[in-house]
Design a protein around this ligand. Structure first.
Ligand code: FE2
Length: 294
């Protein structure tokens, strides 16, 4: 059974064209393979106020955009364009390079409204950092959703309660959006060799660990409280399953993936293994060779 070993609080930062995001402190190696978890909003925009992220490059990792409310459009150097509506997932593998923009949809910009969602950066292993860019888009209507016993879950990547995502990842990733009613319980299996964490963005949950209750918590170094509240990212111990009980109506993400054990050199939108590779990414961007049709 996994327990909470550390609670990472979040802070508000401004990103891209100026939109506010809630972001856990101290992302990076400790949460491998996740480089960033940004909760966009929730924010209410008036007519003409919505902002996005104008054209910018990426290399060496994947960006996962999951929209809960609002309407976005995207366009990129590969000639792709499309829109994201509530419940839609865009899993973009930047690989060797992509230049894109992520903006509010024109109609949404005109009318205004609520925007809420996530952008999560997932690192790629060194062997895949320069892979061909690819998109995997899963509209809300096609994503696996489970509803049982006070638990609602959308499987963005990995598996939950017997349902699997059809997103293909280079390393095993679990990403599940869960809503639970007060008192509901969920037992989530995570392979024991993966890092696991939970980000709560509504209400509060309790991680139940029967082993911990029977023995002395100190013996396992389990100092952190097992309750996770709105705006907290909990890093979980090694182990297999996670036993979750909802303290209230709650909403959260379960994230898991492997420790990559590779050096990380990061500068802005580029995440590589060495300084030389970062330097090369800048050169390629300046020369117009970062992305295939830049
Ligand atoms: Fe981006």
């Amino acid at each position: 059974m996994r327990s909470v070993v550390e609670i990472v609080p979040t802070h508000i930062v401004r990103e891209g064209g100026g939109f506010k995001v809630r972001r856990p402190f101290r992302m990076g190696r400790v949460l491998s393979p996740f480089l960033l978890i940004d909760e966009m909003g929730p924010v209410d925009y008036g007519p003409g106020e919505a902002v996005g992220a104008p054209w910018h490059p990426h290399r060496g990792f994947e960006t996962v955009t999951y929209l809960l409310e609002g309407r976005m459009r995207h366009e990129d150097s590969e000639g792709n364009s499309g829109e994201l509506n509530p419940g839609d997932v865009q899993w973009m593998t930047a690989g060797r390079g992509i230049i894109h923009c992520e903006e509010p949809h024109e109609e949404f910009l005109r009318s205004g409204g609520k925007t809420h969602g996530f952008q999560i950066w997932v690192n790629l292993p060194a062997a895949n950092k320069m892979m061909k860019p690819r998109y995997q888009e899963v509209p809300a209507s096609e994503s696996p959703v489970i509803e049982q016993d006070g638990v609602w879950a959308r499987v963005i990547a990995g598996e939950c309660l017997g349902k699997s995502s059809n997103i293909d990842t280079k390393i095993p990733i679990t990403l599940i959006h869960v809503k639970m009613e007060e008192g509901a319980r969920l037992l989530q299996q995570i392979e024991s060799n993966l890092n696991a964490m939970i980000y709560v963005f509504g209400g509060g949950i309790l991680i139940e660990n029967k082993i911990r209750v029977k023995t002395q918590p100190q013996a396992f170094g389990l100092g952190a409280k097992q309750n996770i509240q709105d705006g907290e990212l909990a890093i979980l111990s090694d182990g297999g399953e996670i036993a979750i009980k909802s303290n209230s109506n709650s909403e959260f993400l379960i994230l898991a993936g492997p420790e990559l054990n590779e050096p990380i050199e990061r500068y802005g939108p580029f995440v590589m293994n060495t300084r030389e590779e970062i330097h090369q990414a800048f050169l390629d961007y300046q020369n117009g060779t970062l992305a295939s049709q830049a």
